[in-house]
Design a binder for this molecule. Structure first.
Ligand code: MF3
Ligand code: CO
Ligand code: CO
Length: 296
């Protein structure tokens, strides 16, 4: 199904998303810093969402640049025959060399510095002895903490020449992230993002994993709000400038259901089908969005 990307704007005469009960134009719409402070307080109280100021954004952007450099470094080293723990070593040492810390290490007991998820692994793969073979797809998910700020990004790479199924699931997952990002602008909602992603995935005969979501990020690894990768238009939280969150759809070639392995981390497709994912950290701006971890 092809979706239309018409914007559902909060009209200037509609109630302000800050919940003041006043018209948007009389309240937080395009107002000076003093009035934006009101929105900040209301989003914190209502949703636990911590809006970012210009300084915060620049710091997250620096962490984001490091995240992308790390993914580029990994990509340059990928080759058939390597084990996933070699990716962990690369990410760990590069992150430290840049004065940053890998957020995954010891996060809720996660034992490594990066998630590496091969083929039927949906996410949270623990680097180890698994060998990368020609035709595999491998997702690498990095989250550096730089000067106390977090940025979160991942990409799925091919090992050698991909077969048609690998090509398809990676193309669909990449487009799902793009379609979600295109919905990010003030006045749209978190539900609009999920809706666009689900439309694209299911329209291609693929499925959206529901157990994991995108999330606010920047001051901490996982902050409110949750960003669902499925849903209906208009659901969820109204997007306002200063929100920073990830979009990270996990898309399966087969059915959406998952199993978590005995290590309590590794999520795999129940039907054994391929799964792919792309993730960026995005900022809601006055008139749209900006990626703080940009890639194509
Ligand atoms: N980076 C993952 C995310 O996108 C979270 C990984 S948690 C870990 O949210 F503990 F597995 F690292
Ligand atoms: Co994330
Ligand atoms: Co991530």
């Amino acid at each position: 199904m092809k979706h239309k990307s018409k914007t559902v704007k909060v009209g200037r005469n509609n109630p302000c998303p800050c919940g003041s009960g006043r018209k948007y134009k009389k309240c937080c719409y395009g107002k000076d810093h003093g009035e934006q402070e009101n929105l900040k307080a209301v989003y914190a109280r209502k949703y636990g969402i911590r809006l970012k100021n210009a300084e915060d954004v620049e710091a997250i952007r620096r962490a984001g640049r490091l995240a992308i450099e790390t993914l580029d470094l990994v990509e340059a080293h990928l080759r058939p025959g390597m084990i996933t723990d070699e990716i962990n070593t690369l990410v760990h040492e590069f992150t430290l060399s840049r004065g940053a810390t890998p957020a995954p290490l010891n996060y809720r007991g996660f034992p490594k510095s990066v998630c590496v998820s091969v083929n039927e692994v949906i996410c949270h793969g623990i680097p180890g002895e698994r060998v990368l073979n020609p035709g595999d797809i491998v997702n690498v998910d990095v989250t550096p903490i730089l000067n106390g700020y977090y940025a979160d990004a991942n990409k799925t790479f091919f090992i050698g020449e991909p077969g048609p199924e690998a090509r398809k699931i990676v193309a669909v997952a990449r487009q799902c992230l793009k379609s979600g990002m295109q919905m990010v602008k003030p006045g749209n909602t978190t539900g609009d993002i999920g809706w666009a992603i689900q439309c694209h995935a299911e329209g291609q005969g693929c499925s959206v994993v529901r157990e994991f979501v995108g999330h606010g990020v920047g001051f901490d690894f996982h902050e409110p709000p949750q960003i669902f990768h499925y849903g209906r238009r208009g659901e969820g939280v109204v997007l306002v400038p200063g929100m920073v969150f990830t979009i990270e759809p996990m898309i399966n070639l087969g059915r959406r259901h998952l199993t978590v392995l005995d290590d309590n981390w590794t999520a795999v497709t129940r039907d054994g089908s391929l799964s792919a994912q792309f993730e960026q950290t995005v900022l809601v701006t006055e008139d749209g969005m900006q990626s703080l971890t940009p890639f194509d």
